[in-house]
Design a protein around this ligand. Sequence first.
Ligand SMILES: Cc1ncc(COP(=O)(O)O)c(C=O)c1O
Length: 427
Amino acid sequence: MDVHLQQRALPVRRGTARLTPRGRRGHPVLPGGLGRSTFAVGADSPVVVRGEGPRVWDADGNELIDLNANFTTLVHGHAHPLIVRAAQRATADGASFGMPSRPEMLHAEVLLDRLPDYDQVRYSNSGSEAVATALRVARAATGRDKAIFVRRAYHGTSDHALATGGEGARRGVSRAVLDETLVLALNDIDALVRAVAEHDGKIAAIVLDRLPNRAGLLPLRVDYARRARELCDRHGIVLVGDEVVTFRLAHGGIAGEDGVRPDLLTLGKLIGGGHPVGAVVGGADLMAEFDPRRGGALEHGGTFNGNPVSMEAGRVALDLLDPVAIERLDGLGDRARARLAAEAGDAWEVRGRGSLLRLFPVAGDAAAWQLDLWWAAYARGVLLMQTALAALPTVLSDGDLERCVDAIAEAAREVAARRAADGDGSG
Ligand SMILES: Cc1ncc(COP(=O)(O)O)c(C=O)c1O
């Protein structure tokens, strides 16, 4: 065998010895032991070692049904054979290149087939990059700086996107960015009209997610979305629809529902089939901002933009998420929400749409209740998001769904009883 292809033992790393028994806790070579602030669940966060289909296994050997799905990304579960094969083939043919490659073009064709109102797409490596890039297009096209967001709606980790969060999220964001970011309450039409009037001629973009999770997983009202569209038309503002999460809910996403067509869409997560991806989609007019043949085009690169592995895996993921798959997920979601509403107890409210659902305490410290629920569901073999959001994958069997609902309902009742005993919320 070619010496370069021989398997060699990996060098033992200095830090390995410092892993806690069975690797159960985070590693001290990572700040806080973790790689993302969204992983934080308290001091003793379990570590995952493997995923297959709708399941993951942790370092203690626990098996869980994964409704976290890497924060809604893995709409077909882990290691779907067709997606794995596509990624393997793409890797074998060269994982990334310094020139255009066909997988990017094929992915764009498949994506735009689902979005007939749009002409072109520019890829990046995350939803955060996609939102930041869409904002830059809006600023370049309008010659203005300000952008309107919904309070607490999450749009990633760019400075502008973090400005929508609370004090903690805004730490480290420059005063200049905070000043250009107008953050308004969800569905407050009067506030939107006032902000546009007050900052007339200075607003480049309104950024909307039709079902913003961190803002409470409550839908943007149709009249709000339509008014935003009207204001954009009247005042020359670019409407950006963030579909990084919601694209899983309908074949062409939900940003354009009710006759509201955003000028730009931002995508990510599922469209990479579990590999890093982000995308800005738009009409030819705005997307011309990226065209390097045009004078004054935007500078936009990215070493891994449109890399063949994400593109090929993502194309298969998109193909598999056809209307039939989405309809089945809608049915599973409706069943889960109905059962949880009936069985989780009066202390909880169940919200969501399609394959997304989330539990909220009717009173008390929501984040604390939801984190407790994360642990209580974990103990019963179900992995939620730390905000108690669940994303159902297409590979979930009907039996698995019922098991998940049993576990979450029982966990919810346990948390409510404990919190009531501690005097937090209505219990
Ligand atoms: C609505 C929305 N937009 C943007 C992002 C950022 O995507 P990424 O984490 O890929 O940067 C997220 C991430 O969860 C999101 O939920």
